[in-house]
Design a protein around this ligand. Sequence first.
Ligand code: SF4
Length: 304
Amino acid sequence: MDEHAIKKEIIRLKKEQDVLILAHYYQIPAVQEIADVVGDSYKLSLEASKTDAKTIVFCGVHFMAETAKILSPEKTVLLPAIDAGCPMADKITAEALAAYKQKHPDRKVICYVNSTAAVKALSDVCVTSSNFERVIEHFKDEKLLYVPDKNLGKYARRKFDLDMEVWPGFCCIHNDLTPALVDEMKQKHPEAAFIVHPEAPLAVIDKADYVGGTKGLINFVKTSDYQRYIVGTEKGILHEMRKTAPDKKIMVLTEDLHCWDMKKTDLNTVYHALKNQVHPITVEEKTAKEAKRALDLMLALSAS
Ligand code: SF4
């Protein structure tokens, strides 16, 4: 089938089977275009928690589909690319976190949503890149541990002057950014604003005109007076930015800002997931219950 025919089939099957397709901003443009909702982790979590659809097809990586299943346990959640993982989420295990908690029972655990259900289940609250400031605000006088992203953790620790230890995990896409890369691009485009995701190292963040989560970066491009942007996050986001601000010039800091796991989903895998009801996500009941507690608290605190 050609692209047009596959899209038509996806739309037909979606209606026939009462399916909601969610896609992250880092997905390829063709997948974003057939999704019912495109968003960052926070928005997609919200959509997953309130949809009436019988089935959710999650175009993203495993922890995202797992989160949708935890928030909507009665729904079928399908992950089209079953091997789409997140190297950052894999940088911490539930066993290692349990061992840390035994040694440091006084520290509350703030858990980035980019983590497994088992790690969320051992955490006090979850955060995403768009709500961590609002959520952490409620814990700022406590002793904390942030898992698993050392970069976002260090950024939050400095910003709020927190007593917070950070797990040594990172996103291999953002962690490779360097100040030299920024200098090189700024030299070529001195009039452009450099905007970056807080998963980047602090030395890179310190060179930014704006720091924000996925949605924050899109909003900044939409609303600021700059006409040119150098973007320091996964390049899939440029699709939405260009749609939202078609007259502005938007460049990615480096072509290496490419998450291979996010790109494992394409129209064929979505079509296959819908047609054959693959691959359903399951989460063990006790783990799901505990992880939901941490996610529900995040949703409540970010709404307040
Ligand atoms: S961009 Fe980084 S944090 Fe996001 S899914 Fe890919 S590896 Fe994980």
